[in-house]
Design a protein around this ligand. Sequence first.
Ligand SMILES: [Ca+2]
Length: 360
Amino acid sequence: MLGQDGYQTGVVLDGRSNDAINWEISETTNFGVDFTSENNKWNLTADYFIKDTDRWLNRTPVSPLEGIGTSPFQNSGKIRNKGLELALGYTKNEGDFNYNVSGNVSFIKNEVLEIAPGFDFIPDDITQVATHFPLANAVGQPLFSYYLIESDGLLRTDAEVTEARANGQPDAQLGDLRFINQNGDDTIDDDDRVFKGSAFPTVSYGLNFSANYKNFDFSMFFQGTQGGVAYNGYKLTTTYPAHTSVAGANLLDTALDTWHPGNPNASNPRLSIDDPNGNIRKSDFWLEDTDYLRLKNLSVGYTLPESPYFQKLRIYVTGQNVLTWTNYSGLDPEVSNRGVDGGQYPVARTFTLGFNLTLK
Ligand SMILES: [Ca+2]
């Protein structure tokens, strides 16, 4: 206001709508075979598919001259999913001991075929600690790929520090991360980013086993994936207190495995309040494989024979997410959020004791 000190609160348009958007269009081509053996004991299914999604809905950036913070959705680009799905089952139904074993595996490749003309990549708005936007979409890469500065271990000798200082890291010290200066200029910045895979697993599989022996029944289901990668932001916020979003918060024991002169073989870079080397910047240091095998379901039941009071009574114990095998260090390898792990609440391990009663 003229003649008054200070600022007045103004209003600015953060985004705008796009009247021209349409549904995405998908086109799927399938080749499949189903096979069942004559005695119905074996069955096999194989399915090869190509699914193209056209008019991909995304927030392609608009010119900053528009003055809006959030770009509107638009249809631009084409995504391809192709893969092979196999399922095999075996059933035995004779005598006291009957069982069914089945397994399935799928190999899926996801690839961006087109993006809006004039762009090398379309940044994705999924964020970690509000400053890391690790994902981008580019032709030839999987959808929602990591687009990051590459790290190459810790600087553990004076010679390595000297070399890093001459190669884009002027403030490097012992215990800092070494970053790869892809374009060879005198700084490490977003121009040094490379694509580093995505959260999409390349292989997913499941194994189911169910059996009956006299009055007992038993079933278990395993599931797993391979080839997916997560951006472990949870590690960042629980190891490095320098980040403003978590200043003063409790840390995990990974903070004990940070470099200091008494711990020269640490896996994590040194703790630093001002972080002059940018160790906690957006980089592939936070990427981790999410390969896992999980016993998703385990169930054991016993059915009491018919009595004067009921027709059937089955007592059972069921467990979910009973066991998990993984090297992923976050809370849960089944990371949602396009693989950007901000410490989302993990799936619960639950056990249930119950009964099914069928009255006469
Ligand atoms: Ca550079």
